[in-house]
Design a protein around this ligand. Structure first.
Ligand code: PA5
Length: 442
């Protein structure tokens, strides 16, 4: 179960600021749960965990069973919200050296989340002599990066096993009726899953967008959804015990006192991609209309040797939100050495987990002392259930937090600017005028 502690933060927030943020947090709760706020057509994720039906889970598990012994790798194609949810959960649940799952689960690879020629070239080479399948994810079905990756990977698959057999090795996750990917799937007879209309990309990890790749990797999507359901219930309470409301409240109160940057901190490298998912969720939901807390991340103790100096001593506009994991699955104990040449005998007999927890405590005390408020989330262990809880908690808090800022947390108009320029420069039909204007600038 996830717990939240922000005791040490309160000293950074004047009482009147806290009280006004608290009142706004309850208003934001009402907007979200009453579906009366901006973007209220995109609230399908709110009750998604409790509404996930057995037939969907069974269809997803059937694909996972079918491909389990048939392919060595599954390439999941997608970008943004069509990529980061699956990536973050799979990385969190996988061992550092991917030795986590017993059995023959395929290796999940990702593509379509960049336009790098070397990355794609290496992937095509890697797959040349391997049996692979493709999951292509695009809600709109028209995003350029995944479309390019899909064309290239589909061509490789069709060359290797033929067009007919390829159709059985491709699953598309897209809109129910529109978009190029939907048309391609219908024409070629690919199996499809639907991204619900009322769930935006960055809130879609608990739809087939996240669930299918996670199941393919061998993880328990039922436990993931069950964890999210527990949190859905906790986050539906109109009370200061609601962890999503409390988190939205305290981060917004800090923002009002000039803390403009939030660093999501972990002490377990498995959570690095959780931070990437969280950054997209908050960055794309809140960064608009000239407002928004800048979401950053750090992995400690690694980054204490790179960002530690700035965090301790640089401009005082930062706060940290820690995700601490209490239990380690493995035990690694430091031995004693006769000569104590490295001076570490004072730690002999101690587990690395304990050493890491002392580093956590020492770092938090130092940072708070240095003027960096620390919010703390704790989970007892990294497993499907706890990750499901965290995912839902951060989604629910993000919706409220966006409303507290006065923005629409469910759109992303700013993302279009780069696309317009890129299409103009690539010579896409329809962008001739934009192309002429850009060419004068370069
Ligand atoms: O959160 C979002 O809505 C975006 O990050 C999208 O997920 C991303 O742009 C990919 O879009 P699509 O799934 O339509 O290809």
């Amino acid at each position: 179960m996830v717990s939240l502690d922000f005791k040490t933060v309160l000293e950074f927030v004047p009482r009147n600021v806290y009280e006004s943020a608290q009142s706004d947090a309850f208003k934001a709760f009402d907007l979200l749960h009453g579906a009366t706020g901006a973007g209220n057509g995109f609230l399908g994720w709110l009750d998604l965990p409790s509404q996930t039906d057995e037939s969907l889970i069974s269809r997803i598990e059937a694909v996972a069973r079918r491909w389990k012994n048939e392919v060595e790798a599954v390439v999941t194609i997608g970008i943004g919200g069509s990529y980061l949810g699956a990536k973050c959960v799979i990385e969190a649940l996988s061992g550092a050296f991917h030795s986590h799952v017993k059995g023959d689960f395929p290796h999940i690879l990702f593509a379509g989340h960049n336009l790098c020629e070397d990355y794609m070239g290496e992937l095509l080479e890697y797959l040349e002599n391997r049996d692979f399948a493709i999951v292509v994810v695009s809600k709109s079905g028209t995003t350029t990066e995944p479309a390019i990756a899909f064309r290239l990977l589909r061509a490789l698959l069709e060359r290797k096993i033929g067009v007919k057999a390829s159709a059985g090795r491709i699953v598309a996750i897209t809109d129910a009726s529109k978009g190029a990917l939907r048309m391609l799937s219908d024409e070629n007879g690919y199996q499809t899953f639907t991204v619900p209309d009322n769930v935006g990309g960055r809130y879609s990890v608990l739809t087939p967008v996240g669930l299918l790749p996670i199941a393919l990797a061998g993880f328990d999507i039922r436990a993931l959804v069950a964890g999210a359901s527990v949190m859905e219930k906790a986050c539906s309470e109109r009370s200061s015990l609601n962890p999503a409301l409390s988190y939205a409240l305290i981060r917004n109160a800090l923002y009002r006192t000039g803390k403009k940057i939030e660093i999501l901190v972990n002490y377990n490298p498995r959570l690095q991609y959780f931070s990437e998912w969280w950054k997209q969720l908050y960055g794309e939901s809140e960064g608009k209309d000239g407002k928004g807390i800048f979401p950053a991340s750090a992995s400690f103790t690694t980054d204490l040797h790179s960002m530690g100096q700035y965090i301790q001593d640089g401009e005082r506009t930062i706060f940290e939100t820690n995700i601490l994991v209490e239990e380690n699955v493995r035990q690694v104990t430091l031995g004693s050495e006769k000569n104590d040449g490295d001076g570490l005998n004072y730690l002999a007999g101690k587990r690395m987990g304990w050493i890491n927890s002392m580093a956590q405590l020492g770092t938090m005390l130092a940072h708070v002392e240095g003027g960096v408020p620390n919010i703390v989330f704790k989970i007892d262990r990294i497993d499907e259930c706890n990750i499901g809880e965290l995912v839902y908690l951060f989604e629910a808090a993000c919706g409220m937090s966006g409303y507290m800022l006065g923005v629409n947390p469910f759109d992303q108009p700013g993302v279009e600017a780069y696309k317009r320029n890129m299409f103009a420069l690539l010579g896409k039909p329809g962008y001739e005028e934009a192309s002429a204007i850009l060419k004068k600038k370069i």
